[in-house]
Design a protein around this ligand. Structure first.
Ligand code: FES
Length: 156
């Protein structure tokens, strides 16, 4: 890990990069931003860790924890809430055997995330599975999709 972080620091210094570009590079390399990386950058560049965390938590594209190979995105905006997305989320959590405080399965195959309105309110509740839009996303429909992903990955 350290050689990758050193490369990112060198590029930052040479190209007068920004904290955002360091975080983007880091996420591109690791899939998320490890805490150790932030500590390393903070020491090497004499920038407080709080600045990295401030930027990383401001932009929703940054992840401070590893994410699963498959991403399930549940819209929790008003229309989806009213149309029962909570029931779908509960069923997905059960199907993935996620504990209440977890969003990624132990095998890193699935991450369940909740977001604000995705802009498809007319077909609420809306859930994305790896970017594929499922409107009127009943729990059974999404759990079936999860099972089909698991099955196809088991066959690989
Ligand atoms: S509230 Fe879910 S798509 Fe708008």
């Amino acid at each position: 890990m350290e050689s990758i972080l050193r490369d990112i620091v060198q590029r930052y210094i040479k190209e007068s990069g920004s904290v955002v570009s360091i975080l983007q590079d880091t996420q591109d390399r690791f899939g998320y931003i490890p805490h150790e990386a932030i500590s390393y950058f903070s020491n090497e560049l004499n920038i407080p860790e709080s600045r990295f965390f401030g930027v990383a938590t401001f932009y929703s594209q940054f992840y401070l924890k590893p994410r699963g190979k498959n991403i399930i995105t549940a819209c929790c905006g008003t229309a989806c809430h009213v149309r029962g997305v909570d029931k779908t989320v509960s069923a997905v959590k059960r199907a993935l055997e996620l504990r209440p405080d977890e969003d990624t399965t132990d095998d890193n195959q699935f991450t369940l995330e909740k977001v604000a309105c995705l802009g498809f309110c007319s077909i609420a509740p809306v859930v994305l599975v790896n970017g594929e839009v499922f409107g009127k996303a009943a729990a059974e429909k999404i759990v079936r999709k999860i099972n089909s992903i698991r099955k196809s990955e088991d066959e690989e």
